[in-house]
Design a protein around this ligand. Structure first.
Ligand code: GAP
Length: 436
């Protein structure tokens, strides 16, 4: 089982590079650990993940305000949030090979897992990425690249109230980059130094925190399932008090069965009124004129972890030997390419012209449409299957009227079953739309 699972991870990493989903950051200079660059297909897939999240948690709700805050933030923000003092992992270093490890991830904290040398006593290592702003290099110009998008929300709490006068309960949401100087970035994009988060801070009266916590617990599960994550591999974990982040009064982690173990996918925390109190912010109820510090429920999602869980859930194989086929069974609304359009033969100008016409029609309608005339049809199908394209459309001689009954019809092949149906060009848009 373990062997197959490792193998699966290798297959996913190799597919991501080969088919242009994800590349190592700064690769031509030897790579920069913990950073990744998106290729065209990875960019499309991740955009679809983020759009689906935004639609469900922001656009379709009345009580949510989306923001886009700066990545660079003043050091005072991180002093107030407790990150300067408390956002650290225990670091241990081998006295022989100088390799560094997170002490809490080792089974033997005395012996180096790489060379057997002696490990130093663990010390706390702050994971925030610090930088200097402006020309003067004194402490007044120190800023941090945010380690969580949440603080960008808290520092805009007052602006949002002044601008929109929301009634409690309401939420603020943001999608954006976060940076953590992880001691040991690993497992492909799972633990990166630069990654994206999709976060909500939902402001409630203290007496109502449990109701909102349960609401978001359900909503998070329902979004994962809508996205196409294999829900049999998702497990909820009530995080023990000693394992919670410094701000949390309750945390439920959603874990996923990755090939490298059961690990965190997303998290849901009850942050109490820790952050708003520390930033000296409060809320005045417009009905009662009562001032109080709202409490916060925080659903937090890592984009790269969503991507990885989705790839692992979607990867499938069938057939054997030469007929072995691998495909990604993405739902159509998430697939980087919704459909590919091909002429049966690329050296027949009349087929190519008709295929281009159909391609233009669908491209205008759906955007994520590919024109594919590379190699023979069988190879094109395999290539599209591998990147998870749900539909392949082929223009053949019948389309041109060789069989007059089939004039202006095409074949539409379904990725998962491999079955084909013949339908009119004029029916294509509504047929595909119905699946989105
Ligand atoms: N604002 C709360 C917060 O940041 P977190 O559990 O530290 O909580 C939230 O992070 C989510 O961000 C995680 O559940 C995970 O999906 C993602 N995440 C955290 N660290 C990550 C890393 N080094 N690489 C990729 N994703 C990460």
């Amino acid at each position: 089982m373990k062997e197959n699972q490792d193998n699966l991870m290798e297959k996913i990493v190799s597919l991501c590079k080969r088919r242009g989903f994800i590349f190592q950051g700064s690769e031509i200079y030897g790579g920069l650990a913990g950073t990744f660059d998106l290729g065209h297909l990875g960019g499309e897939l991740i955009n679809n993940i983020k759009q689906s999240w935004w639609r469900k948690f922001v656009a379709e709700r009345e009580d949510m305000y989306g923001i886009k805050a700066a990545i660079l933030m003043r050091s005072e923000v991180w002093e107030a949030s407790g990150h300067v003092a408390g956002f650290s992992d225990p670091l241990t270093e081998c006295t022989k090979c100088q390799h560094r490890f997170r002490a809490d991830q080792l089974t033997d904290t005395k012996k180096c897992p790489d060379c057997g040398g002696e490990l130093s006593a663990p010390r706390q290592f702050n994971m925030m990425s610090k930088t200097q702003i402006g020309a003067a290099e004194d402490s007044s110009s120190t800023a941090y690249l945010r380690p969580e998008t949440a603080q960008g929300i808290f520092v805009n709490f007052k602006n949002t109230i002044d601008a929109y006068h929301p009634k409690i309960p309401f939420g603020m949401a943001q999608i954006g980059k976060a940076f953590r100087n992880e001691i040991t970035p690993r497992d492909f994009v799972f633990r990166s130094r630069e990654f994206e988060q999709m976060e909500i801070e939902y402001f409630v009266k203290e007496s109502e925190w449990e109701k909102s916590f349960e609401h978001f617990q359900k909503e998070m599960l329902s979004w994962m399932s809508e996205l196409g994550i294999d829900m049999e591999k998702v497990h909820e974990l009530e995080v023990l008090p000693e394992d919670r982040a410094h701000y949390s009064k309750r945390t439920v982690d959603f874990e996923f069965d990755y090939p490298f173990g059961k690990k965190e996918l997303f998290g849901l925390a009850y942050r109490g009124n820790f952050d708003l109190t520390n930033h000296k912010l409060d809320y005045m109820d417009p009905d009662t004129n009562e001032r109080f510090v709202p409490h916060v429920i925080e659903p937090s999602f890592g984009v790269e972890r969503a991507f990885l869980a989705l790839m692992l859930s979607a990867y499938a194989e069938d057939g054997e030997g030469e007929n072995l086929r691998s495909y990604l069974k993405f739902k159509p609304h998430i697939a980087p390419v919704i459909c590919a359009v091909s002429p049966l033969l690329k050296n027949k100008p009349e087929l190519v012209a008709k295929a281009r016409e159909v391609y233009a029609l669908l491209k205008k309608e759906f955007g994520r449409v590919m024109f594919d005339d590379n190699g023979n049809i069988g190879k094109r199908y395999r290539r599209q299957d591998e990147i998870g394209t749900p539909y392949c459309i082929v223009i053949d001689f019948d389309t041109l009227g060789e069989n007059p009954d089939l004039l202006d019809t095409v074949t539409l092949r379904d990725r998962d079953s491999g079955s084909q149906e013949r339908l009119k060009i004029s029916e294509l848009v509504s047929k595909i739309k119905a699946q989105l």
